[in-house]
Design a protein around this ligand. Structure first.
Ligand code: PGA
Length: 257
C-alpha cells in the first residue's frame, strides 16, 4: 500500500497482512485506501466501526479532507452495531460515536449514515430492515473493522455463525469489561445486548480492512490468521473473503508465526 511498512508477513491471493511502523501510519494507510475509493467512486458505501481502533483512521480522513479536499458528501455509511436499549442521544451510544467521529467531522450527509436501531420495539424487524438498507444501497464497498480481545468482529462473539446476519446478541463479560472504559469504568452500566451486523453481513462487503493495535490484540490476531477457521474464532471467517487487508502495528503482529 505504501512504503512506510515492513514487507507483508503473510500473503495469499485474498488476504494480506501489513505491519506498519506504528498505529498512526497503519491508520493513514486505511484512510488513503478509503480516499482512493472515493476518488473513483464518490458515492461509495463505507462500513464503519466504533471503538478505539478506528479513531485514528477517522482522524487521518479529516486530515485528507483538509489537505486534499477529500469529499465524502455523496458517500454512504453503515455502522456495524449498536447497544440494545441505549438512548441514542447518550454519548456512549454508537449512534452518537458515529455522529461525533464520522458523520460531522468528515462531512457525510446524516441521511446517508445508518446505525442499527438498538431501541426499536421489534429488534428482529430492525435487523431485517438494516440488512435491506445495506442491500438497497448496492452493498458495502469497503468495511473498516477492529477486532476484540476474544476475536469478535462487530459484536459477533465467539460461537457466532459465520453466515449470521444482523441480529441481537448477548455480550460476553469480557466484552462488557473491555467497554466499561466508555462508561466511567462501570461494567454494570454497559448494556448486556447489542444489535450487530452478522459475520455473513460483514463478509458481503466487497473489501475489508481490519486494524489491530497493541499487545492486547496479538493473540486474537494470531488466532484469526493462523488458527482454525471455526465458530469459536469469529475473525477467522475473514479468511473466506477474497479481498481483506489486515493492518497491524508491531505489537499486534508479535504473535504471528
Ligand atoms: P477497540 O474494540 O477498538 O476499542 O479495541 C475493537 C472491537 O471490539 O472490535
Amino acid at each position: 500500500m505504501t512504503t512506510t511498512t515492513t514487507a507483508p508477513m503473510h500473503t495469499s491471493s485474498s488476504l494480506r497482512v501489513i505491519v506498519a511502523v506504528d498505529a498512526e501510519s497503519a491508520a493513514r494507510m486505511a484512510a488513503e485506501r478509503i480516499s482512493a475509493l472515493i476518488r473513483t467512486r464518490p458515492t461509495a458505501v463505507l462500513g464503519v466501526a466504533t471503538g478505539s481502533t478506528p479513531s485514528p483512521v477517522y482522524r487521518a480522513l479529516q486530515t485528507l479532507r483538509r489537505t486534499e479536499g477529500l469529499d465524502l458528501t455523496r458517500a454512504s455509511a453503515f455502522a456495524l452495531d449498536e447497544y440494545v436499549g441505549i438512548d441514542p442521544r447518550r454519548s456512549q451510544s454508537y449512534r452518537s460515536v458515529i455522529d461525533a467521529e464520522v458523520t460531522r467531522p468528515l462531512g457525510l450527509d446524516p441521511l446517508r449514515v445508518a446505525v442499527p436501531d438498538g431501541s426499536a420495539p421489534d429488534l428482529v424487524e430492525a435487523g431485517r430492515a438494516y440488512e435491506e438498507g445495506i442491500r438497497s444501497t448496492g452493498g458495502v464497498d469497503l468495511q473498516i473493522l477492529g477486532i476484540g480481545h476474544n476475536g469478535h468482529i462487530g459484536f459477533n462473539e465467539p460461537g457466532s455463525a459465520h453466515d449470521s446476519l444482523t441480529r441481537t446478541v448477548d455480550l460476553t463479560p469480557e466484552t462488557r469489561e473491555a467497554n466499561a472504559r466508555f462508561f466511567d469504568g462501570r461494567i454494570d452500566q454497559v448494556p448486556t445486548r447489542a444489535l450487530t451486523q452478522g459475520i455473513g453481513t460483514i463478509l458481503r462487503a466487497r473489501e475489508i480492512v481490519l486494524l489491530a493495535f497493541g499487545p492486547g490484540k496479538a493473540a486474537a490476531v494470531a488466532r484469526a490468521l493462523e488458527g482454525a477457521i471455526e465458530r469459536s474464532s469469529p475473525a477467522s471467517a475473514l479468511r473466506k473473503h477474497r479481498a481483506v487487508t489486515i493492518l497491524l502495528d508491531k505489537a499486534a503482529a508479535s504473535m504471528l508465526g
